[in-house]
Design a protein around this ligand. Structure first.
Ligand code: GLN
Length: 453
């Protein structure tokens, strides 16, 4: 009730939610009844969660921020949602996002942007700006997001929240409306490292419905976070600062807080080592070939027949499909479909998609080499604090370059966390610290992250 009251009070301004559940109180009461009857429930049972609208939810619309899916109510829950419900968490509603998770500001949502709770004139990050804003504005204690190139970590950074992109394959993608299938991962957004770990424990693990789901037995991330919080020293931990992601071009206050966090790690006994990842400078370029290529293929299913809207035109199947896609997709989605189909077309495939995949391999090798020298890698989570609405909207390249710090982890499939490390002195806005670990070592993020809180 407290969260529903808070949503009623502030969401008119924040616009974190696209849909608020009508049955959250009933579901919470059912959890209370189960607890009262003596059933042993998990630690998060009864805790409400906001869900990014990219995840399919039974009984609640799932639009992925697009007009083309307006009003579509999925017949099944995405696996992370099903697992969350099975653990007794209660869905509060669906959160706003850039259309089909394409963007870094939520300005590409077909339903209007979300405002950053720290400053209503600024973006809350993207694509999962709604989930991060809901958590930061106390409209939800926890949220689910998806991260293809930073859409959990960057919104967390610019709203002063914690966000985690798990190892690729660590959390099921079943029922997550696909952007780029080789990059997408679902993960938690929260106000503390332990909260993120608790939610990750609930949603993660093998799912036979996702063919890329890892079959690993995962350790308890909550235990890792608690151990990190208890530890009195980081002695023996090698923290690698990625030279290419510690750019003099970043906002001064972002760099300042980042270097202060490094000092804190050193003071706690960690050893700071500088590592070089020479191919990271090509990551954004490779990503913006691979992502549109996969997205153009994934979005082919919005054909006016299988899902969502259908334009009211007379004509052939092709006429109806074209009119629906013309009306239903926004400009950023169209831009990426065109880029993607071009990159995949005969004669250009090797030059663009093939080259980008080779760069991806080189980036993966950079990570492997860096992880020989360091246990975790760190960087600022984003080059700047939250920018003003409109600042990058007319310049797609400027928007894309904002992802420079987060994209490498997606290309390599390694896990990454953003956690808040104070406010930039020049604008008083939150700064995020990114920690990355080798694939399957998500527990390290929670252990190290907890020491920085
Ligand atoms: N900003 C990136 C993009 O526009 C990240 C998207 C994401 O992680 N979903 O592609």
């Amino acid at each position: 009730q407290a969260h529903l009251d808070r949503i009623a009070a502030v969401d008119g301004d924040v616009h974190a939610y696209l849909h608020v559940s009508g049955s959250a109180l009933e579901e919470a009461a059912a959890i209370d009844a189960r607890r009262a009857s003596g059933e042993k429930l998990g630690e998060l049972a009864g805790v409400p969660v906001a869900i990014k609208d990219v995840l399919c939810t039974v009984g609640m619309p799932s639009t992925a921020g697009s007009k083309i899916l307006e009003g579509w109510i999925p017949p099944y829950d995405a696996t992370p949602v099903a697992r969350m419900k099975a653990a007794g968490l209660v869905a509060l509603g669906k959160t706003n996002m850039d259309e089909f998770a394409m963007g870094s500001s939520t300005e590409h949502s077909a339903y209007g942007p979300t405002r950053n709770p720290w400053d209503f004139g600024r973006i809350p990050g993207g694509s999962g700006g709604g989930s991060a804003a809901a958590v930061a504005a106390f409209e939800a204690p926890l949220a689910l997001g998806s991260d293809t190139g930073g859409s959990i970590r960057q919104p967390a950074a610019v709203t002063g929240s914690v966000g985690v992109k798990p190892t690729y394959g660590g959390v099921s993608r079943y029922g997550a409306i696909a952007l780029a299938s080789s990059l997408d991962q679902v993960g938690p957004v929260s106000r503390s490292v332990l909260d993120a770990a608790l939610l990750h424990d609930v949603i993660g693990g093998h799912d036979p419905r996702d063919s890329t789901s890892l079959t690993d037995q995962w350790p308890s991330f909550a235990e890792a976070a608690r151990a990190g919080a208890r530890a009195d020293s980081l002695k023996g931990l090698r923290v690698g600062v990625v030279k290419e992601l510690d750019s003099p071009g970043f906002q001064a206050g972002v760099s300042q807080r980042f270097h202060e966090a490094l000092e804190l790690l050193t003071a706690n006994g960690a050893e700071i080592v500088e590592v070089s990842a020479p191919h990271f400078e090509y990551a954004v370029a490779a990503y913006y070939v691979i992502l549109p290529a996969e997205a153009s293929s994934n979005l082919a299913k919005f054909d006016s027949v299988r899902f969502g809207m259908r334009a009211a035109v007379q004509g052939t199947v092709e006429d109806v499909m074209a009119a629906t896609r013309e009306a239903g997709f926004g400009p950023e989605v169209k831009r990426r479909i065109i880029l993607g189909t071009y990159a995949l077309s005969a004669g250009y495939y090797d030059a663009y998609y093939g080259s980008a995949q080779k760069v991806r391999t080189l980036i993966q090798r950079d990570f492997s080499a860096a992880f020989e020298q360091a246990d975790v890698l760190v960087s600022p989570s984003a080059p700047t604090t939250a920018f003003e609405f409109g600042a990058k909207l007319a310049d797609p390249l400027a928007m894309y370059l904002n992802d420079v710090t987060t994209i490498p982890a997606n290309l390599a499939g390694v896990p990454g966390m953003s956690l808040p490390i104070g406010l930039a002195p020049e604008d008083g806005l939150p700064v995020g610290f990114q920690i990355m670990a080798p694939a399957r070592e998500d527990a390290r993020l929670y252990g190290v992250g907890a020491t920085l809180e």
